[in-house]
Design a protein around this ligand. Structure first.
Ligand code: FAD
Length: 445
């Protein structure tokens, strides 16, 4: 049997291990993770901090149980520090020192790290990032012991957005600082505007077009580029992530234009004995085939399947990434799939945009709320490039339908034809997606 080694044991690594075992009861699988915990629910961390998830244990998986269930040689608190591709050996380090292990197939799922620019005057005791369980624990401990009244959130991406709600839930006032003009670069400005109005209505302060330059006053004062000074008991740096590529780079594996590890359709790196997946890799956009670095759990799970299948001699390619993302901001849900206007403009694609506002379901049935949905589509043939949705209800459904339509290569002409199911609590006889389709169709050149 082949010796399979996996580096990283969370979304990508733990899944690929489980998938390989399901396919092959004999496989010799070793999994290394430099952390204490594996297979934890990263995505649940903001909700544990907010108290919505009441037990820390609910986010964790027992390492022993996992190793036993899938019959895996699991080595936690063990960092892989070098790969020797010629000998097919790697070097790992744990409390007992440095050791070597040899592999036939190596799978890299080292994830990404939260960016944390070193700033003058920063006080690590009150400045946090949120990427792993120890980060979450540190925030939780700080809130419990120091009882902060307010938090500065630097970065208006999805980690920042998800944390605002959860910090407010703990009675902590939030100020968001971002050097962009609008929050959530994932969506276009009009959609971001709806989110910003909602944040303000919830009492969140927004400081846009401004950046954090340095700290003073033992880290409790944030000095911004504009000269503004903000007082904050704690600061959350949510300024993005960078793929963990050092191991791959040091061993001469090819890195893509996005800065993440380059892989082929079967998730093989430039060395066919080494696969990679998850936040560390660059994949291609489903429709345009342009390189993208998408750090989301769904793609990592699919990529785990592709690798396990390929190891079995299967040849299902990874179809490409859509980047479908959804998040909750207080009472709003917002989501996007495919490419937004900024990216389409960068790629020089001739697209059009249709936006439609409607009620989530029949107006006379209680609690109908406004939703705003849009599609970005090829100006000539109507092919869908991207879609976005914001509102209080029915957003996940509309986004999922539009993501499916994109995967099925539909054009805007197909949208009026979709029969999505109607009763007053759910929709209208003409679903907002149908109406959006009519509108978009009429705009084709
Ligand atoms: P990771 O889950 O980061 O795992 C990588 C592991 O590799 C780590 O445990 C690390 O310790 C280990 N490692 C790295 N280098 C080495 C080495 N050299 N040796 C040994 N071990 C190593 N995605 C969604 O789709 N929906 C969400 O709602 C969502 N919410 C999120 C909320 C937060 C706060 C964060 C931070 C992320 C969220 N994500 C969400 C993203 C999602 O968690 C990631 O896409 C996913 O975890 C990526 O899996 P991965 O296996 O690539 O990397």
């Amino acid at each position: 049997t082949e010796k399979i080694i996996i580096v990283g044991g969370v979304a990508g690594g733990a899944n690929v291990a489980a998938q390989i075992r399901r396919n092959d009861s004999e496989a010799d699988i070793t999994l290394f993770d430099k952390g204490e915990q594996i297979a934890f629910s990263t995505c649940g961390m903001p909700y544990y901090i907010g108290g919505v998830v009441d037990k820390r244990d609910h986010l964790l998986v027992s390492s022993e149980k996992f190793a036993k269930k899938y019959n895996i040689n699991l080595q936690t608190n063990t960092e892989v520090i070098a790969i020797n591709r010629t000998n097919k050996q790697l070097t790992y380090q744990n409390s007992a020192g440095e050791h070597q292990a040899s592999y036939d197939k190596l799978i890299l799922s080292p994830g990404a790290s939260a960016k944390s620019p070193e700033l003058e005057g920063e006080n690590v005791k009150r400045t946090f990032t949120l990427h792993r369980i120890p980060d979450m624990d540190a925030i939780e401990r700080f809130i419990e012991t120091e009882k902060p009244q307010n938090c500065a959130i630097v970065g208006a991406g999805f980690v920042g957005m998800e944390m605002v709600e959860n910090l407010l839930e703990r009675g902590i006032d939030c100020t968001i600082i971002d050097h962009s003009e609008h929050v959530m670069k994932l969506v276009d400005n009009d959609m971001a505007g709806i989110i910003e109005d909602h944040l303000k209505a919830k009492g969140v302060q927004l400081i846009m077009n401004d950046g954090l330059e340095s700290f003073s006053n033992a880290g409790a004062t944030l000095n911004l580029t504009s000269g503004k000074r903000i007082q904050a008991d704690m600061t959350l740096m949510a300024v993005g992530i960078q793929p963990n590529t050092k191991l791959a780079e040091d061993s001469g594996l090819e890195i893509g234009a996005t800065g993440a590890i380059k892989v082929n359709d079967y998730m093989q790196t430039s060395d066919p004995s080494i696969y990679a997946l998850g936040d560390a890799v660059q994949t291609n956009d489903l429709l345009t085939r342009t390189p993208r670095h998408v750090a989301l759990a769904g793609p990592a799970h699919r990529q785990a399947f592709i690798i396990a299948h390929h190891l079995q001699g299967g040849n299902t390619p990874y179809a490409g990434v859509q980047g479908t993302a959804i998040f909750k901001i207080f009472d709003l849900s917002a989501g996007a799939v495919g490419l937004n206007k900024t990216v389409l403009n960068q790629l020089g694609i001739n697209y059009k945009e249709a936006v439609h506002e409607a009620l989530s379901h029949a107006g006379y049935y209680p609690n109908a709320r406004k939703i705003c949905i849009k599609v970005l589509f090829d100006a000539e043939n109507g092919r869908l490039y991207g879609a976005q949705a914001v509102g209080r209800e029915g957003i996940d459904k509309r986004l999922a339908v539009l993501a499916t339509a994109m995967k099925a290569n539909m054009t805007v002409r197909d949208l009026p034809e979709l029969e999505l199911g109607y009763a007053p609590p759910y929709s209208s006889p003409k679903d907002p997606i149908n109406s959006l389709g009519y509108k978009a169709e009429s705009m084709l050149e």
